[in-house]
Design a protein around this ligand. Sequence first.
Ligand code: NAD
Length: 288
Amino acid sequence: MNEIVVVGSGVMGRGIAYVAAASGFPTSVVDVSADALKSAEEAIHQFFRKGVARGKVSEEEATVALRKLAFTQDLEAVARSADLIIEAVPERAKLKQQVFEIVGRSAKASCIFATNTSTMSPTEIASFGGRPERTIAMHFFNPVHKMPLVEIVRGLETSDETVKYIESIARSMGKETVTIKEFPGFVTSRMSALVGNEAFYMLQEGLGTAEEIDKAIKLGLNYPMGPFELADLVGLDARLNNLRYLHEKLGEKYRPAPLLEQYVKAGRLGRKSGKGVYEYTNEGAVSK
Ligand code: NAD
C-alpha cells in the first residue's frame, strides 16, 4: 500500500490524514509545532470515534488505521520512505518552499509531491522540490471527510502519469475529481474568495448583520452555508492569505475587505480560535 506523508497538521492536514488513514494508507502526519501535532492526534482519534459511531468505518478498520498512523516533527525521516507527500502548510510561498526543499532532498526518486494549496501555482511550487513532472496540486475541501471533491491542477511540466496516479489515489479516498488547468485560485477558490470577500464588504457597509447576510445567501441563493459560516470554518487567516495572493495576481477585484484584515489582526480566526465572525463554544455550537 502506498505510504502517505501529510505535511502540516492544521485544519486541512488533519482532515487529509484522517481520510488517507481511513482509506487504508499508512499515513504519517508532520508539523513543526508539537502542540499542533498533539491537537491533530486528538482530533483524528475523535474523527475515527465518530466514523465508527456513524457506521462509516468499522471498529476493526479504525484499529488497523490508527496502528498505521504516525505523528512526527521529523519531515526528513518520514519523507525517505514516502510514495506520496501531501503538503498542507499555510498559504505562504516561503513556507511551501521550505517544505519542498526538504522533501526534494530526502524523498526517493519515485515519490510524488502534491500541494493542497487553494490558490497558488503548482508550477511555482514544483520549482522548489526539483521534480516538476512529479508535482501537482491536490486541492481538498473543508471538512475533508465530508466534501466529495478533490480539484486536481497540473503544473506546466506535470506528467500524465502523475495526474493518473493522483486521480486514482483520490478515488481510493472516496473522492470525485476534476482536473483543470493552472490559474490563480483554480475554479473553486477564485469563486469562493470573491463571494466571501463581498460579504465582508457588505458587513462593513452595514447592509445587514452577519446573520442576515448569511440567511439571505442561504435561503435566497440556495447556498448550503452562509459566507460567514464558511469563512469561520475555513479560517479567516486562510481566507485572507488566499485573497492577498489573488489580489496580487488578478488585481483589484480581489482586494481583501479591511474588516476581514481587522478581524485577523484581532486574532478572530474563526472556529479554530473560538471566535471569528461568530463565537463558538467548546462543543462547536454557535452563540450569535
Ligand atoms: P492551518 O493554519 O490550519 O495549519 C497549517 C499547519 O502547518 C499548522 O499546524 C502549522 O504549524 C504547520 N506548519 C507551518 N509551517 C510548517 C512547516 N514548515 N512544516 C510543517 N508544518 C508546518 O492551515 P490550513 O487551513 O490547514 O491550510 C493549509 C493549506 O491548505 C493552505 O495552503 C490552504 O490554502 C489550503 N486549504 C485550506 C482550506 C481551509 O478551509 N482551511 C481549504 C482548502 C485548502
